[in-house]
Design a protein around this ligand. Structure first.
Ligand SMILES: *[C@@H]1O[C@H](CO)[C@@H](O)[C@H](O)[C@H]1NC(C)=O
Length: 263
């Protein structure tokens, strides 16, 4: 019986992997694989920038903790965006005005990505209620600078905007691997209107569970933003994000940090 149930589990597991890979409307794969060097870690020149993120190989998944006004679920940080910083932490922005798409909700719906849109409506929310503007801004400002998302890197006959759809899907998937709120809560750190924390307490709780050190940003000593850093093997479309320690500190002070409730 034990063997049977293991076999059944394996069958279910491989079935679900199969179905993920074989959806009729599945997004294009990059064809890059993940055997190249991680971005920023190459020791020789890499010529195919469709499969190697450059110059923005220091990828930063940014999250908000918005409390005033509050945005998103009270037990989760929200998505700010994914930024392709240069390996030395300088960065480019707004790299292709001809690809500053509008009506992102319509784009995601038209390109079989309603599930991504539904998640974004809860977790990628603008402090002024202008979600569509926030989504447009993230792509126009940061996504258009990604070398692996150039339209010429996509399969021929890809629809206009398909590379932006890939961006939003990747941001959502990467965000889902970074449950900052839960990691803090697991360490007994929950939002409080009275408590203060040292930076080292917050960082070590997060490092213990994520394996890396994020950068914490504060406004007047109140935690409101978090940056998680990665190098990337392969393409933003379907590569592997390798978590790394933040290469520079955030703006939070070393002591007296407040982490206040959203409610
Ligand atoms: C890494 O690859 C980029 C892109 O080709 C290149 O500009 C850079 O010089 C390479 N780095 C090293 C150390 O060779």
């Amino acid at each position: 019986m034990k063997f049977m149930s293991t076999a059944a589990f394996l069958a279910v597991a491989s079935l679900s992997i199969f179905s993920v890979c074989s959806q009729g409307n599945s997004p294009p794969s990059s064809g890059c694989g993940i055997n190249g060097p991680p971005s920023c870690k190459n020791t020789t020149i890499v010529s195919n920038l469709c499969c190697f993120e450059h110059p923005g190989g220091l990828l930063v998944l940014t999250q908000f903790w918005d409390t005033d006004p509050r945005t998103g679920p009270e037990n989760s940080f929200t998505i700010h965006g994914l930024w392709p910083d240069n390996c030395d932490t300088t960065f480019q922005e707004n790299c292709d005005p001809s690809r500053e798409y509008t009506n992102i909700a319509g784009l995601l719906t038209a390109q079989e990505s309603s599930d991504t849109l539904v998640f974004m409506q809860d977790y990628w929310v603008d402090i002024n209620g202008e979600n569509e503007k926030a989504w447009e801004h993230a792509w126009a400002t940061h996504g258009t600078c990604m070398s692996t998302l150039k339209p010429s890197c996509l399969p021929p006959n890809s629809k206009t905007g398909a590379e932006a759809v890939m961006y939003y899907k990747t941001v959502v998937k990467l965000f889902q691997t970074l449950p900052t709120y839960t990691w803090l809560a697991n360490a007994g750190i929950s939002p409080s209107s009275t408590e203060t924390y040292s930076l080292s307490t917050l960082v070590s709780a997060l490092q213990h569970q994520s394996g890396v050190i994020p950068a914490l940003d504060c406004s007047s000593g109140v935690l409101n933003h978090m940056r998680w850093y990665f190098n990337l093997k392969g393409s933003v479309i379907d590569g592997v994000f390798i978590p790394i320690n933040a290469p520079k500190d955030g703006s939070c002070p070393s002591d007296g940090i407040r982490y206040v409730p959203k409610a």
